[in-house]
Design a protein around this ligand. Structure first.
Ligand code: SF4
Length: 331
């Protein structure tokens, strides 16, 4: 990503990473802000400006380092070095939190975040797993900051604990030669190529993601795969059947040996609809009244029968074509 403008908290320039970013993007305008959470001039933009706002970069200092307990693939969700993203998936979960201001924010106080991670990991009686990518895509972020490389190198010195992150990107080459000491669980998110093209704007193609998954596993990383989010378009059976067939053919034996699968059905919302209709008037409308129902606070999810049919289909296809690979949860 090459930003068109950088909005920054002046305090960010007191940090090493802040200085490096200032040098790296010295040819674009740097506009001072008081608080990365509330940039009035961007907040007031109409929804149609959503894609152009995604070209901005926001740089600040992360204030809250509070961990949230989690019980899926990790013990804690950790606020880490970024939130938001420069890609534009039509269902992006970040839009629920940040509305149209879900652009990429980078936080420069990474030493402080690492110190807390190491302390929490090493003070625990058991090996804890920390989810560091629940608020952004760290593989994408790494192309700008090098933070994921820095994180793996620093956390690998820890006596205890694991880090995990999901990604929809393939740019993992700089991670392959790192001494990760088996402490990192990389989880690649996949979807049928047609859904990637029509819904997950700005993310990596399926082929490149699957290649990245095999490369990470070859480099000794622990790996997982998310089929997420499952989007029930008109021809969903055909799309997901072909996806699973493709995975069965392309995942390497080494990847299959240690892989686990997470399945997440799409949730959508009133806010997504409002932004997408104005920002991407030609795009698919993901809201399907016949299949979806309200789930409180302007959110929609698939109706029980539609979701059950989807889950049954996916479980059957996976059992046939990727036999033995555990599905650790379906939500
Ligand atoms: Fe959101 Fe992930 Fe898509 Fe980025 S890649 S827009 S974080 S869903």
């Amino acid at each position: 990503m090459k930003p068109d403008k950088v909005f920054y908290e002046p305090a960010a320039l007191n940090y090493e990473l802040g200085k490096q970013l200032k040098e790296k993007f010295k040819n674009v305008d740097w506009l001072p802000i008081e608080n990365h959470n509330n940039i009035e001039q961007l907040r007031k933009n109409p929804n149609k400006e959503f894609p152009s706002m995604k070209r901005h970069l926001i740089i600040g200092v992360r204030k809250s380092l509070k961990y949230v307990p989690n019980h899926k693939v990790s013990d804690f969700l950790v606020p880490y070095t970024s939130s938001g993203c420069s890609a534009m998936c039509l269902y992006c979960f970040l839009v629920c939190n940040y509305n149209k201001c879900s652009y990429l924010r980078l936080f420069v106080n990474r030493e402080q975040m690492m110190e807390k991670l190491l302390k929490t990991a090493n003070n625990s009686s058991k090996d804890l797993t920390f989810e560091i990518g629940s608020n952004s895509d760290l593989v994408l972020e790494n192309t700008i900051t090098g933070n994921l490389e820095w994180t793996i190198e620093n956390f690998s010195k820890s006596k205890k604990g694991f880090l995990t992150f999901p990604t929809k990107f393939h740019m993992i080459k700089p991670l392959l030669c790192l001494n990760h000491r088996g402490k990192i669980i990389a989880r690649i998110s996949v979807n049928p190529e047609e859904i990637i093209r029509k819904v997950e704007f700005g993310t990596s193609p399926l082929k490149a993601r699957v290649r990245a998954l095999n490369q990470m596993s070859e480099a000794g990383y622990k790996v997982g795969m998310l089929i997420a989010p499952v989007v029930l378009l008109g021809n969903w059976q055909k799309l997901y059947s072909e996806l699973i067939e493709y995975l069965a053919d392309e995942l390497s034996p080494r990847t299959k040996e240690q892989l686990f699968i997470e399945i997440i059905f799409m949730t959508y919302s009133f806010v997504h609809r409002a932004i997408n209709q104005e920002a991407f008037p030609q795009a698919l409308d993901l809201y399907d009244q016949t299949l979806m129902t309200g789930r409180g606070r302007g959110k929609y999810c698939y109706k029980t029968e539609a979701r059950a049919a989807g889950e049954h289909f996916l479980r059957e296809e996976l059992a046939r074509k990727l036999k033995g690979i555990p599905i650790i949860y379906v939500v």
